[in-house]
Design a binder for this molecule. Structure first.
Ligand SMILES: Cc1cc2nc3c(=O)[nH]c(=O)nc-3n(C[C@H](O)[C@H](O)[C@H](O)COP(=O)(O)O)c2cc1C
Length: 242
């Protein structure tokens, strides 16, 4: 089949992208569990640096826990009225676990050519060095100084903070996939960073070194939900041609 024939229609993508709004109040209609499962299944196809997928998607299914997490979201209505909550968790440790799983997959794969396997093994070894030795706290002050002299170096995945930032920004692609996927199914969402990370981490029993880039609320927009006209910077301000 021609690749052009497999392309999803642009109009469908655009409709989903425009439908997605940050909704702060959901109605009482439950989100079918199979819909949430479908969204999470698509989220795992999100891209990530070195394919190290340094995140987990915590689907909060227990009502009592959901209530506690919602409270930890600074009492936001979006969280309190959400039908489903997904907590996005990231850490370099998850990346290390992925690397080990991927190496085992390479060893056992009967379909990948030896050349591909060696390429990926080399690639993983390089990343493991960066987030292994490179993730030690000893590098953090050095990265701070380097970033002061050369601000573009601020995003280096080096040092204990840098490697957690790296994991968090990788997780965001999966989060966006969930929200756009939700929109494509007529489900509303709200990305939230207004929460107590310490409380949420404690409630989920997250290991030390985990960070929480986002909590995603899912549901269907309430008739009273405040949905204002969308404002964005003009294209010529956002897009710089070179
Ligand atoms: C990283 C991030 C964190 C956000 N945190 C919150 C939040 O805590 N509470 C909230 O009501 N909206 C939150 N938002 C939603 C934004 O306010 C919203 O996306 C923005 O105003 C644009 O509106 P739109 O998403 O409807 O286009 C967050 C969005 C992002 C991307």
């Amino acid at each position: 089949m021609n690749i052009q024939d497999q392309l999803p229609p642009w109009a469908d993508f655009q409709a989903a992208n425009r439908f997605r709004r940050a909704i702060r109040e959901f109605n009482s209609t439950p989100v079918p569990q199979e819909d949430v499962e479908a969204l999470l299944a698509e989220a795992v196809y999100a891209p990530s640096s070195g394919n190290l997928q340094p995140y987990e998607l915590h689907w909060i299914r227990t009502p009592a826990l959901k209530e506690l997490i919602a409270k930890a979201c600074n009492g936001q209505k979006a969280a309190a009225s959400a039908k489903e909550l997904i907590v996005v968790v990231a850490s370099p440790a998850i990346a290390r676990k992925t690397a080990a799983t991927q190496l085992a997959h390479l060893d056992s794969s009967s379909t990948l050519a030896e050349k591909s396997k060696n390429y990926h093994r080399k690639h993983i070894a390089k990343f493991l060095k960066i987030i292994g030795i490179g993730g030690l706290p000893i590098w953090t002050p050095l990265v701070s100084v380097a970033a002061m002299i050369r601000p573009t170096l601020s995003l280096l995945p080096v040092g204990h903070i840098g490697s957690r930032h790296w994991a968090a920004r990788n997780a965001v692609f999966a989060a966006q996939t969930i929200m756009l996927g939700a929109a494509a199914r007529g489900i509303d969402s709200c990305p939230m960073e207004g929460f107590s990370a310490t409380k949420v981490a404690r409630l989920l029993g997250l290991p030390r070194g985990s960070v929480i880039p986002l909590v995603i609320a899912l549901g269907y927009r309430h008739d009273d939900a405040r949905i204002e006209e969308r404002w964005r910077r003009p294209m010529n301000d956002v897009v710089i041609s070179h």
